[in-house]
Design a protein. Structure first.
Length: 381
């Protein structure tokens, strides 16, 4: 049976989860700054876990399944959506992937939500970030989790996943085990550190929207403490802190209400991410979602009582976050392991296209130029 690893390159930490015949054998978290400054830390963990059948990630905004050894410069720019020298974002992620591509480790990049055939084309119009690859991995874990809790197949689960990350907040809609819609961290709710979807006029006034801008302007900035731990948002002590807290909570709930349009049969809202582990955040979000959940009429009633409208996703690992666990499940399924049905249900192998395929408000050629993609950049790294 396969021995695999899933990697989640988060803004705060890089989490690593390993499965051997479905059992956890590696469960680690390394500070992102440390992992990217010294890739040998991560490479050492992977080498120490060898032999490996497959490693999923780190994939950024995602690609249709692509082996790291086959990556081109164009692939890298489409996966991480940044031109060479672009500041901001998760600096160093491309360098890490180049290092992994040169190693003997069988690394595979996995798709984001926009690559999935299960998401209708009309929902992709002028969308790029409908959920990065790691958010899709978290959704994979949530499908696995709900199916296990309900004792049913993957195609019998429906929910809305609300990912409360250390920097971004995102939401994904799952109907009958397949992802049908999503609002990614740069196109969705206000995040702990990131602004989420920008008012078009704000983008105009900014003059130029950089990666640094996309990764800032969130609740911590509103509170006036941009460098404070994200977890501190739940205990505001100033007027700006209270303003940030209310904006953060309401934005998350609105995202859930909006995605209910795409998945009216959702049985519950599932919370995941770093801040979902913080009681003050988790409890307040759950309390606000519950009445919206009932009012929208989604969920399954039993004897007049709505079944657990909000569930907190933990998974099977003690240290690695949900996205890393989901990535491990996807790697296991791709390698023919116990999660093969999960991968088939999600349509991971059928993912196609690029993140630039659905643009109408701007020209795709202009977008490629913004990323520095030129003819002749298709050669393997």
């Amino acid at each position: 049976m396969p021995r695999v690893i899933g990697i989640d390159p988060g803004t705060v930490s890089v989490d690593i989860c390993g499965l051997d015949d479905g059992r956890v054998f590696l469960d680690r978290s390394v500070a992102t700054a440390e992992a990217l400054a010294d890739p040998s830390v991560l490479i050492g963990l992977l080498d120490g876990a060898a032999p490996l059948d497959l490693v999923a990630g780190p994939s950024g905004y995602g690609l249709p399944l692509t082996a790291a050894r086959d990556l081109t410069e164009t692939d890298l720019r489409l996966a991480y959506l940044a031109a060479e020298g672009e500041s901001g974002g998760i600096a160093g992620l491309r360098s890490l992937m180049r290092t992994l591509a040169r190693s003997l480790t069988p690394v595979m990049l996995t798709p984001g939500v926009v690559h999935l055939a299960s998401v209708p084309a009309h929902r992709k119009v002028n969308r790029v970030d409908m959920g990065t690859a790691d958010k899709l991995c978290a959704a994979a874990l949530a499908v696995h989790d709900q199916a296990e809790r309900r004792g049913c197949g993957e195609r019998d689960v429906s929910f809305i996943l609300l990912e409360l990350g250390g920097a971004f907040t995102a939401a994904i809609a799952v109907q009958d085990g397949r992802v049908v819609d999503g609002a990614g961290g740069t196109s969705g709710p206000l995040g702990a550190r990131a602004a989420g979807a920008l008012d078009g006029e704000v983008a105009f006034l900014a003059g130029s929207v950089s990666k640094r801008l996309l990764f800032g302007g969130g609740a911590a900035t509103i509170a006036g403490v941009p460098d404070a731990p994200s977890e501190s948002l739940a205990a505001p002590s100033t007027l700006r802190g209270h303003l940030a807290w209310q904006a953060y909570l309401e934005s998350a709930v609105k995202a859930v209400a909006a995605l209910a349009v795409s998945v009216p049969g959702a049985r519950e809202v599932i919370l995941s991410g770093r801040l979902a582990r913080v009681a003050g955040v988790r409890d307040e979000v759950a309390e606000r979602i519950a009445p919206v959940h009932v009012a929208r009429g989604f969920g399954r009633a039993m004897g007049g009582i709505l079944e657990a409208p909000v569930h907190v996703l933990t998974g099977f690992a003690k240290v690695a976050g949900q996205a890393a666990q989901g990535a491990a499940l996807i790697a296991d399924g791709l390698a023919g392991g116990q999660s093969a049905a999960l991968v088939e249900t999600l349509g991971i192998r059928e993912a196609r296209g690029t993140v630039l395929d659905h643009l109408y408000v701007i020209d795709a050629a202009a977008a490629r130029a913004r990323l520095g993609i030129e003819k002749g950049s298709e050669g393997v790294l």
